[in-house]
Each structure stands twice: as structure tokens, then as C-alpha cells.
Design a protein around this ligand. Structure first.
Ligand code: NI
Length: 187
């Protein structure tokens, strides 16, 4: 089922999400709904808070970007309770990011593109990997959502000032995008 995307300004996006246990009710259905919602809105990653559920679940399928970033050809992940550690010797790069919860906003974000990530998959099997390049950025962006953060938290106050009107419109639910959204007011 395709769910509405919760927009910037919705409190669920600012909460630290809850850890998932194997007893979590409706986990399979929630993951399926997150996938359907992400594909319907042409995203490459989605976090459960973006569909209004404060839970530590991320789905990533960045394979659509494999033409530009060949390492993404197989980049499909279900991340449950992920934990990221930034690796200090990784190079820091500024690249443009966007977010389904912030339609129409694209800003360069400085991040280290080398991380150590641990997570559980949908069968609660533990994984532990060093990830580099664009995928490391996508993972950091999505896992930020589980800590109540969005990508514009990483931009300078001046950049934020420049997009203030756009942000105010998003908070009011006044957005122009071709997927269903949930903001303060209905369009
Ligand atoms: Ni996002």
C-alpha cells in the first residue's frame, strides 16, 4: 500500500525513532508499504518516520543511479536498528541531496563518504560492513531520519535563510509534487 509522505514540519520527523524487536507487529507489511511508497515517489531511500512511523527501519534501493555510480548496481538494503560510525580517514565531499520529505529542495551537504555500519536485516540477521562512496552518503542521509534529523540540518544558516520561504511552504503542506504527502494543511 502506498502511504503519504510526511513532510518537513511533521513532529514524527524530529523524534528519535524506536528500536525494532522481532516481536514488532506488522513489520513485514510496514517494510512492503515503505518499498511501495518509495518506488511510487521515485526515491532511492526511505525511513519509517517518513511514512509516519517512529521506528528504526530504512529501505534503500539506489540501483537506479548505477549509470553514474557503478557501485550502486546491487544497492538494495533493508536496515533495521542501523548504527553508523563515520570513519575519520574517509574523504569529505560536498554533494547535492534531496529528500522526499522536502520536495523541491536540493542543497549540497558535506559528508564523509566512508562509514562503518551495523544493522539487522528483515530476518534479524546481523550485518557489519565498511561502506564507501555515494552509498555511504545515502545511508547517512536515511539513518539521520531515525535520529530526528533531516539533510538541511547540515547546511549553513545562510543557505537555510535563502530557502526559508520554500521551507515555510512545506511546513504548511503547500507543495507541488506528484506523490501523496502529509503536511499541516491539505492542498
Ligand atoms: Ni530524506
Amino acid at each position: 500500500m502506498i502511504l503519504p509522505i510526511y513532510l518537513y514540519g511533521q513532529p514524527v520527523l524530529r523524534r528519535v525513532a524506536d528500536e525494532i524487536t522481532p516481536e514488532y507487529e506488522g513489520l513485514t507489511e510496514l517494510i512492503e508499504n515503505m518499498k511501495a511508497t518509495m518506488y511510487a515517489s521515485d526515491g532511492i531511500g526511505i525511513a519509517a518516520p517518513q511514512v509516519g512511523v517512529s521506528a528504526k527501519i530504512v529501505y534503500i534501493d539506489a540501483s537506479v543511479l548505477a549509470d553514474t555510480f557503478p557501485e550502486l548496481a546491487e544497492a538494495k538494503y533493508i536496515l533495521i536498528n542501523p548504527e553508523i560510525e563515520v570513519i575519520a580517514d574517509g574523504k569529505r565531499l560536498s554533494r547535492e541531496e534531496g529528500c522526499l520529505s522536502l520536495p523541491g529542495i536540493h542543497e549540497p551537504v558535506m559528508r564523509t563518504e566512508k562509514i562503518h555500519i551495523k544493522w539487522l536485516d528483515e530476518n534479524f540477521t546481523a550485518h557489519d560492513e565498511i561502506v564507501e562512496g555515494y552509498l555511504a552518503r545515502v545511508m547517512q542521509h536515511e539513518c539521520d531520519h531515525l535520529d530526528g534529523k533531516v539533510f538541511i540540518d547540515h547546511i549553513s544558516p545562510i543557505r537555510k535563510q535563502l530557502i526559508r520561504n520554500k521551507l515555510n511552504n512545506i511546513v504548511r503542506g503547500k507543495v507541488n509534487c506528484d506523490y501523496r504527502t502529509k503536511g499541516v494543511a491539505k492542498k
